[in-house]
Design a protein around this ligand. Sequence first.
Ligand code: ADP
Ligand code: ZN
Length: 661
Amino acid sequence: MKNTILNIAVDTPVSQIFDYYLPKDSDQIPKIGQRVLVPFGRREVIGFIHEVSDESSLPKSKIKYCKSIIDEAPLINKEAHGLISWCKNYYHYPLGKTYATAVPKYLRSGKTPAIESMVFQKSGVERKLTTYQKKAFDNCVELLKKPSPVLLNGVTGSGKTEIYLQLMKKALEKKQQVLFLVPEIGLTPQLFEAISSRFGNCVGLIHSSTSEKLKAEAWLSARENKLSIILGTRSSIFVPFRKLGLIVIDEEHDESYKQQSGLMYSARDLAVLRAKKLGCGLILGSATPSYESLLNAENGKYNEVRLDKRVFSNKPPEKRLVNLNINPSSKGLSAPLLNAISQTLENGEQSLLFINRRGYSPISMCEECGKIDECPKCESNLVFYRGSLKLKCHHCSHQEEVKEACSVCEGKKITIGHGTEKIEEELEAKFPKEMIIRVDRDTTRSNKKREEVFGHVKSGKAKILVGTQMLTKGHDFPNLSLVAFVNVDQGLFGSGYRSSERFAQQYYQASGRCGRRDKKGLVLLQTHNPENESLKALLDDSYIAFYQKNKVDRKRLGWPPYTYSILIRAESPNERNVFIFLDAIAEFIEKSQDQKLIKVLGPIQSPIGRIRGKKRGQLMLKSKNRKKLHEMGGRLLSFVDTKKVGTKVKWSIDVDPTDHS
Ligand code: ADP
Ligand code: ZN
């Protein structure tokens, strides 16, 4: 084995792989996926054996020896190795960094936790499915036998969770493992509870607050088939399993499944890939499926199961527009909305006010000279926080004390527009006796706070809830009968081709939270544009009907899901460098294609033109031909590498972007 060369993936930003000899005097047979300790520069680091070969392009004298091979059996099994390689290629991301994204830190530091066996024994009592649920369940069972993913398109409150649980049971009874993904950490406690009370102590949890050691334990246990179920957020898609039988992606439309920095993967898309490779079942569930998934269902790539009936109330909530042009609002709340809240309180029920903006107010301005407080480092207004009396930037960590007088003219400062804090304040003034709970990223930072907040919501103690979309995701509030959209115009008329899809999803998700059980629900939408066509369509139609209309525009304008795209972002303190770089790429692409299958849009300044003192620009590549687009990604990567055009900027490639800022 003298000439054996180990190709090692090391966590560095270069896309290169590093060659080493086996440890001196070693008689170990190296296996792909094992961890190794290698000298790297002046340090020693943990790497992964990505390939084993018998030659190297390096001269022999340059090749160093590995210090040691850490694992007996490969830590990364064959399937996980395939997944990592695929990600590296598809997302054009450095191999070592891809490993670093996929493997928990604890394991990457060379440590191996002890694990115990937590496997499925037997299942607890199940609920009797309603007739509609039963039909959908039977359909799912049949369709899961086929190779394509199943899209469970079931309205909010239709009882999808019970269907997931019963499908999981089928897999568990066959001694298979299950991966259950949710978009958001806030949804894990209720599901953990539901899953473990049904199947016992055989569930591992992986999300951003799980300790590194516990993550590693769950990861290893799954690989050893000593753990039957993993419940987690996005990153758990990388957990290797020995006998994966079913993947469930709940709220499959949710954008949190896409990572927005580093390896910009989509956990949903990776689930589709893994299910196909492994031949295991995949359920994509949502009341508001992504346009991508709906189109896949139309094209026969996914099998769709519809569930249009709610478990409890068959009546959809009543929907009403509140015209803010004739019903002026005081600090965001109009008289019809206040009346509806009072009525709801009288009935002993809960109200939910939705506004997708944290803080007190997005603008703090001088009444005299009109100066708006801006972040010194970003092209962005500072958000006014009343609780802490701070002005904060939502794009960097900058914050400053609120000053009463304008720094230019000493004039009086005022706030314009409203966020969750202002609505909360106004509600407290109007309903001083009631418990009002605000749910946003600021009030749910720690596990403890989050549990406390949702505890009050669930117990029904909190009578009025104000929150961002965090509050509308997947929660089941039995006592909620009023949902209000405080500022429809902000969501519906946002920028970007996805804004109407996003708003429609928020709208159906949030309005679906009310009027569960036997209660009749009411949904109020405050707007200055009551005549808007999209808004009327939202009110009159189902989500699917809205999609049917909306997709025509997407197709006409050539946006995803009818095309594929790659977004190149670049930033530098010096704006010129940003555009020199992006222009070079744009020119390279135009030159290196004669058929013009790839359309180049830009370069343009990014929607937020400066963050942390760096100017930002972007370039969009669009094509109907996914393969050609992917190839171009690879070619421009080597162009940047060889021509060294990217040295003066920080840049990234985002494949299938969902966020264009
Ligand atoms: P979805 O995820 O589709 O929005 P849920 O799974 O939250 O819906 O179910 C809505 C409510 O119906 C929950 O309170 C759930 O406990 C209840 N439920 C679901 N299935 C049944 C059933 N078969 N019998 C009684 N209650 C059910
Ligand atoms: Zn900033």
